[in-house]
Design a protein around this ligand. Structure first.
Ligand SMILES: Nc1ncnc2c1ncn2[C@@H]1O[C@H](COP(=O)(O)OP(=O)(O)OP(=O)(O)O)[C@@H](O)[C@H]1O
Ligand SMILES: [Mg+2]
Length: 496
């Protein structure tokens, strides 16, 4: 250090610093996910989380069967800022900042004890925020051993390697008025969140990880419903042209009409259908961001809306790109680097288009084989917006126009009136309010009524246009809205 620099030591006051770090914005779910990240990095394949209700003496503990830490390792693990975020990490490490264990724990409790059994046998250290607050010297007093009365918890590490994180004095979880029911509701939220964040670790017949929450295994939640037969599109994996370690899979989920009520409810996810659309960013297969358009867009940034709620894009990034993505300490935000924005925007545009169509058509096909289904409406895009026109080539409309004779001008006027008065705003508001498109395409119409209308078309094609019965049926199969009823078409009589 050149002597021309004058300096003084300026360490933070321990108590003030730690109290301030409590406000990083974790909740119980995200805090526990941060603790489990460490267990995974330590090679654990089983993590037990327990919520122990005892009013003001309630506790939360997290026990893993990872490799544990040495005495020196634990000492360093308890310190804030022992390891720089700039340091390179092994490929499977879910950490980055050297802070998560402490910041996540302090966000939920005033006393955090870590016991570990590694190659040096059982070691225990603890931070107690009340002890720091009551120390006159503002020092960083890392306490040794468990708090008197909590020794029993260490027995869980009696014979195996692993690490136990114990939260006591849960002042952010158990506040005045908190009931056992509130505590149990929180356990449900935690279960949902962990099932989502770690779903790729929990999936499969031989999962890499089991998380047991009060003894019950946490089930994985797959945001993409991989392999569901009702999905309009099953995507290939897209690799970035130059960054081969970045991969995307663009999923469009099945429309509600294609799902059982239980699947529909489950696929909605912890935050609901609209909130869970967009990119899902995984870092080393651990979910960081569960649905966001990442500030991307063509012109304006895309917002989450009903029409695109079926779009979910899986994006895999390695931990070596943390600085580029501006990962935060909580592992819950990530911002795409400039060099990826165009590529991501293109992927999102295509996926959003497909998702929009699936939503508008309520998941019904718009193609039969490689032939386009004849639609009754078309969209005309103008420089300053769009308008909706009846497609006069749709067979149901063409048939009437062809036979209209002197009524043709009146019929055309009628169609024009219908086109000019499409209740667009009304449909738009109703869709937003009901979170779904209004019923169309004979939804909720008795089959007999659909068959009767089909019969009019069928008879017209055979008797006036000279179609064979099989050709007429083929036509109906390619024509909106009858294409959604192939069984009713097949049941039409073969002779009239
Ligand atoms: N369950 C555990 N088993 C083994 N080692 C652990 C465990 N928890 C923490 N450690 C050790 O403690 C260190 C500090 O953990 P901490 O979560 O504070 O920071 P980090 O994981 O390195 O980075 P980040 O702040 O991004 O989480 C880890 O790097 C790891 O070496
Ligand atoms: Mg960590």
């Amino acid at each position: 250090m050149p002597s021309s620099f004058k300096s003084r030591s300026a360490p933070p006051k321990a108590s003030a610093m730690v109290e301030a770090l409590r406000g990083l914005g974790y909740n119980t779910q995200t805090a526990l996910a941060d603790i489990i990240d460490n267990s995974i990095a330590a090679g654990a394949n089983e993590v037990h989380i327990e919520f122990i209700w005892a009013e003001q003496d309630s506790r939360v503990l997290c026990l893993d069967n990872g490799s544990g830490m040495t005495a020196d390792g634990l000492d360093r693990a308890m310190r804030l800022g022992d390891r720089s975020p700039l340091q390179e990490r092994s490929a499977g490490d879910l950490g980055r900042f050297g802070l998560g264990l402490k910041t996540a724990s302090f966000s939920q409790c005033r006393r955090m004890t870590v016991a570990t059994r590694g190659s040096d046998g059982l070691q225990t250290l603890r931070w107690d925020l009340d002890f720091l607050a009551n120390s006159a010297d503002d020092g960083w007093h890392l306490l040794e051993g468990p708090h008197p009365g909590s020794e029993g918890f260490l027995e869980r590490l009696a014979s195996t390697t692993g690490t136990l994180v114990l939260w006591e004095e849960l002042d952010r979880i158990v506040t005045p008025g908190t009931t056992v029911q509130d505590f149990l509701n929180l356990v449900d939220k935690v279960e949902q969140h962990l099932g989502m964040v770690f779903h790729r670790y929990l999936e499969g017949t031989r999962p890499r990880l089991r998380i047991l929450l009060n003894g019950h295994p946490v089930r994985p939640w797959d945001p993409f419903m991989t392999d569901h037969p009702g999905k309009p599109y099953n995507p290939p994996v897209f690799k970035h042209p130059s960054r081969k370690d970045i991969e995307a899979e663009c999923h469009v989920l099945p429309h509600k009409d294609m799902l059982s009520p239980a699947d529909f409810e489950c696929l909605a996810g912890p935050e609901g259908w609209t909130a869970q659309q967009g990119f899902y960013i995984y870092r080393n297969e651990r979910l960081l961001v569960a649905g966001s358009w990442l500030g991307l867009g063509t012109g304006r940034s895309w917002t989450k809306d009903e029409a695109h709620r079926l779009a979910r894009i899986r994006l895999d990034i390695p931990n070596s790109a943390d600085a580029d993505w501006k990962i935060d300490i909580r592992k819950s935000t990530a911002r795409p680097p400039v060099y990826l924005r165009d590529w991501l925007t293109r992927l999102a545009e295509v996926t959003r288009g497909r998702a929009r169509r699936a939503f508008a058509h309520r998941g019904k096909p718009t193609m039969l084989g490689n032939r386009q289904i004849a639609e009754a409406w078309k969209v005309e895009r103008l420089s300053d917006g769009m308008r909706y026109r009846i497609d006069t080539e749709h067979p149901a409309i063409r048939a009437v126009l062809d036979d209209a004779g002197s009524l043709l001008p009146q019929l055309k006027a009628m169609l024009r009136v219908i086109e000019e008065t499409v209740p667009v705003q009304r449909i738009w508001i109703d869709t937003a309010e009901n979170k779904d498109t209004p019923c169309t395409g004979f939804d909720r119409t008795p089959s007999q009524e659909v068959s009767d209308i089909m019969m009019v078309m069928y008879r017209n094609m055979i008797e006036r246009k000279g179609y064979s019965t099989s050709a007429a049926k083929d036509q109906l199969k390619q024509m909106e809205p009858f294409h959604a009823y192939p069984a009713l078409i097949s049941a039409l009589p073969d002779s009239l």
